[in-house]
Write a protein that binds this ligand. Sequence first.
Ligand SMILES: [Zn+2]
Length: 425
Amino acid sequence: MRRLLQLKCLPFASVFYLVMMSSFAQQTFIRAGRVVDPVSGTTSQNQIIVVEGRKIIDVGRNINIPANARVIDLSKSVVTPGLFDAHTHVCATVSKFADWLGVDYFDMVLLNPNGYRAIQGAVHAKEMLEAGFTTIRDAGNSGKYADVDVKRAINEGLIPGPTMVVAGKIIAPFGGQFRTRADKQFLYNDEYAFADSKDEIVKAIRENIYYGSDVIKVVVDGQRYSYSYEDLKTIVAEARNAGLKVMAHCQTPASEYAAAKAGVASIEHGWTIPDSVARVMKEKNVILVSTDFTEEVLLEFGHPAERAKAIHSRRVERLARAYKAGVMIAFGTDIMIDVENRTRGEFAIGYITSFVEAGIPNAQIVRALTTTPAILMGMEQQRGRVAKGMFADIIATEINPLDDINALKQVRFVMKEGSVIVNKN
Ligand SMILES: [Zn+2]
């Protein structure tokens, strides 16, 4: 009888066992010493994070870890949501001592074929991810949609990289930025769509969306002429028709004001942000992506020491002012150069120094790196927090970034959508 029972039970038991094993195989239990919540600016102790597939399915203190479960021990670490860089250019590398009035920048566009630009993008994207940036918004200067290709390869699992939101071609009044339009017609610059009239603007936006852009990037004031408030209204409306947001490069008070009033999602750089602009930004929930080059980056760009100091202190002063005025700020770096012995991700996280210098509290810097850019990219229900239902985008550090924000420069563990990318524990 017993033998019979065993025999009868065996097939059932083995099927049951296989089902259980396969569900365990999909689940990972992370023991986290502390978990940072950017919304409240606090940490919870001794949490178990349950990851299944690409998502977090539970977080809490009293969660049972089944025997034989896959466990990642971060019990001595502080877990923070994966970081965001809301302004990258992974497919671009200009000479460190670029002549920004044209020649070196134009060199990059003319001499590097699209395939090479995509390979640069793949390398930089991986470097960003390994430093803890699980999501990036790429702001164009990406050849002929090389950013779209890099994003696709990441999403298909061909190469490692962060979740990417890509801008494709930058839309701008004739000439774009710098001097990237030669008077020789055959020296064509793929990176910009020059659009001046309303029809040209609408067509440029539609083309961009057709070829895979997730966000519309406009350069409002790269030349002596700028997009007007009316132009910007057209841009925002046309992008919105397809469910896209607009990121607006602005450097002058007039264009910052016009862009904010027209309802762009973010002002990129925003070098001035007077009170009048801050007021409209707050009214319209426009986020500042402040791209505050550190003094070190400016030196790398070839600025003499005194000039680097002067530019940097002006930037920090206006960042402090925007923060005090209550403008929402998202972390963005705008890096387009490579430096020796440092990956682009390691270089990017260095920008937190500018936030510290602006007197922004650590908890708010963490928000600028997580929940605020998640809102900017329309991902606040999916990313930016370690919580049930979110994608499992997780980093860990030895020190609590709420105590010392520089902890984020030493990320020891990175998980993107449930896959472990870095584990130095
Ligand atoms: Zn940029």
